[in-house]
Design a binder for this molecule. Structure first.
Ligand SMILES: [Zn+2]
Length: 268
């Protein structure tokens, strides 16, 4: 059961030969579970992954589990990554407003096998640059856990706010969700120029924006992500195929960068 906004404006065919030759893909951003508005169940996701050559997906929970029901959301992911060890990685959620409790929950989730930390300052209700996240980000530094931050929304989820976090926590790898689509694409390159520890994730982003990043920095800081069930997997793949990267660059963006980020985390 998939419920959400799944546009396919280009009429992308699932049999398009553009991606039928792919080797392996890691999808760095997928929401899984049954939420108030968004639903993608793991069985359905696995079918989509098989159909589109996705070897592994990096999961985070849906909506209310990101904002308030963090422990339930993390437990759901912990069960999934244990059951499908070779197909899923999970990113923990812990709302910074919960203070000490959030820190305990993040440690618990990372100790139980989740491999990163997801923040969404829109759903969780804070300014992305706020110092209230610092204790959580110090835990990420300790565990070498990458941090995925939703960006691109006016007010409290901008690239320059993410830059403040990246500067305060230089040992943490940050992922700029959706490459700041849609409101802040013009801040992407100025922010990446000022720090080495920010990667971009490609879901929803315009090919122009990603092309600008490739031209300026090469492909080593770009991660393919779909944001299922909010987008359409073949469409997200095709978006990057439009850039006409060579085979080595495609492998880096669709696979190797994700593997490199995820293997850093301390084994527990
Ligand atoms: Zn998302």
């Amino acid at each position: 059961m998939i419920r959400g906004n799944i546009p396919n404006p280009l009429g992308v065919s699932e049999n398009d030969e553009l991606w039928s030759t792919f080797m392996k893909i890691v999808d760095f951003h997928v929401h899984v579970g049954k939420g108030a508005k968004k639903t993608l169940l793991p069985e359905e996701l696995l079918k989509l992954m098989d159909r589109h050559h996705i070897e592994k997906s990096v999961l985070c929970p849906v909506e209310e589990y990101i904002s308030v029901r963090n422990r339930e959301g993390n437990d759901y992911l912990i069960r999934l990554v244990r059951e499908y060890r070779d197909r899923f990685h999970g990113f923990a959620v812990a709302n910074p407003w919960c203070g000490r409790e959030a820190c305990d929950e993040l440690r618990r989730a990372l100790d139980k096998g989740l491999r990163g930390f997801k923040i969404n300052s829109i759903l969780q209700g804070f300014m992305l640059s706020d110092e209230m996240t610092d204790p959580l980000l110090r835990i990420c530094a300790e565990y070498k856990a990458p941090v995925y931050a939703h960006t691109g929304t006016m007010g409290n989820a901008t690239p320059f706010q993410l830059l403040e976090l990246a500067r305060r926590h230089p040992k943490v790898h940050f992922v700029m969700g959706h490459t700041a689509f849609s409101d802040f694409w013009y801040d992407v390159i100025p922010v990446m120029e000022q720090t080495q520890n920010i990667f971009v994730e490609t879901s929803h982003a315009s090919p122009d924006t990603i092309e600008g990043v490739v031209n300026r920095f090469g492909v080593d800081r770009i991660l393919f992500g779909s944001d299922l069930p909010e987008s359409n997997l073949p469409l997200e793949i095709k978006r990057l195929k439009l850039l006409r990267l060579d085979a080595r660059q495609e492998k880096t963006v669709f696979f190797s960068n994700a593997e490199r980020l995820l293997e850093d985390i301390n084994d527990h």
